[in-house]
Design a protein around this ligand. Structure first.
Ligand SMILES: [Fe+2]
Length: 230
């Protein structure tokens, strides 16, 4: 289970801690709505794996630091269905697969992949949608600033009845009083991953580019010599 989660995160480093955050919020909401322990456990697994379909999205799209084109968006939007297909095949996880499939549906029917509306969307998927949005709003990302927890709660209230199930939003606002924070242990894992990525992939790549530039520019042969010794 944890291996699966870390596999997703190793690909999509921008969203580090996202799955855990979504799980934290989803569990709080489910407790508030009176779910029993077994159902809470299942929902937690679904939250941890809700973006597993991103494994099937190409790196160039998933890690693009700029705004996505229409075609790229269409690819990203396939991830709930991809996740569904992956989990459906796993005996222990097949019953959570529909919740993963529908975590981007909207209460007003304007979501994806199926445009389900209201109670056509499984309740668990409606909870995941709120937990997912809340986490995305309050978490720091390299490409945008986080909202304050107060501002995020305000947005949830505003989207109740259009983007999200109003009952789920009500439960979330009642149950969640503070934002999720990534644990020290997890932070250590992410730092290790980032270091590995930088030292073993990005840094040598930059050096190779510099070397190439120096090689081609005859005038700066001094730089070429210098780089040979780095
Ligand atoms: Fe997602």
């Amino acid at each position: 289970m944890l291996t699966l989660v870390r596999t997703i995160e190793a690909r999509d480093i921008y969203t580090k801690g996202h799955s855990e955050g979504v799980a934290y919020y989803a569990v709080k909401i489910a407790e508030e709505m009176g779910f029993d322990q077994e159902k809470i456990e299942k929902l937690k697994n679904a939250a941890l794996l809700h973006d597993i379909g991103k494994i099937g999205i190409p790196d160039v799209v998933l890690m693009k630091p700029r705004a996505l084109t229409k075609a790229e968006w269409a690819i990203v939007k396939q991830h709930p269905q991809l996740g569904f297909l992956i989990l459906k095949e796993m005996k222990l996880l097949s019953d959570i697969s529909p919740w993963v499939k529908h975590h981007h549906e909207r209460w007003d029917g304007k979501g994806y992949p199926d445009g389900l509306r209201g109670e056509e969307i499984p309740l668990e998927a409606r909870i995941l949608a709120v937990a997912d949005a809340l986490e995305a709003m309050v978490a720091e990302r390299p490409y945008r600033k986080a909202l304050t927890f107060r501002e995020a709660r305000k947005r949830l209230r505003k989207g109740a009845g259009t983007q999200w199930d109003p009952e789920v939003v009500k439960a979330a606002l009642r149950a969640i009083k503070k934002p999720y924070r990534v644990s020290n242990d997890r932070n250590k894992f992410y730092r290790q991953m980032e270091r590995l990525r930088y030292e073993e992939a990005i840094a040598p790549m930059k050096l190779a580019v510099l070397y190439k530039i120096a090689e081609e520019a005859e005038k700066v042969s001094g730089l070429k010599q210098l780089l040979q010794h780095v």
